[in-house]
Design a protein around this ligand. Sequence first.
Ligand SMILES: [Zn+2]
Length: 277
Amino acid sequence: MSETVQTKDMAEYVQVAPGNYVIRTGNYSLNSGLVVGRTKAMVIDTGAGPRQASLIYRTVRSLTKLPLVVVNTHSHFDHIFGNAYFADNGVHDFYAQRNCAHDMAETAKLQRGMVADTEPEMAAGNGPHTGIKVPTKPVDQELTVNLGDMPVKLFYLGRGHTDGDLLVGTPSTLFAGDLVEQGAPPAFEDSYPRDWVETLRRVSSLRHEYDVLVPGHGQTVSDAFVRSMWETMNMAVRQAEQASRETPGDSTKAIPILPYGPLQSRALLKRLQTPPR
Ligand SMILES: [Zn+2]
């Protein structure tokens, strides 16, 4: 892996494989991806508003002048609210899993309040590049986007962190969005925990296909990390289910035994009780 590079007015970035970069921005320790082919380049996740997006965009433009396409890995604000900035800078093609595209159209406005501290203009919906730009290219089934000598596979492995997590696989690198999260516990708020366990197993089964795995937040990780995340979540789901059988009506009794902090344990228990859509 190359060294991390940081220049004034740009985000920190690292080349993880030829033509594959991770652009790290401080807000939420977000990992955006950049994949550069011969004729086009792809940006994966655009930040929480125009401030973060402009940092990501400047960094992208220091690395390539090629036309851009954008992928949103899922519909959470920190991955999508920079879309308008990219659209206003000439990007037409925004890819996302179909459920994600649908969810963005429904919930993006409601998510504005989440960025009041970091992106006040986005929170208020007032100012340049603060519109909600929903994906123009909803992805139903596996799709390969060719950037020119750089085929990039967009695919879905099932529900997990949300019901619309799109994975991005280049010849060397898997960008996993928040299905895999390093440096923070998994975020269960919109998740399908039982399905997420199975989806993580599927991510791990791809370990021989990629040299690098980039999570949605934090450092690049090994397959051992994914398996450990899977084992922990599998155990947590079983423990929570057992506790709710033993003390029906008060699943919060399980919180002290679960392998996460109280906030995440509460979110996990709540989502385990949510009937599947
Ligand atoms: Zn997320």
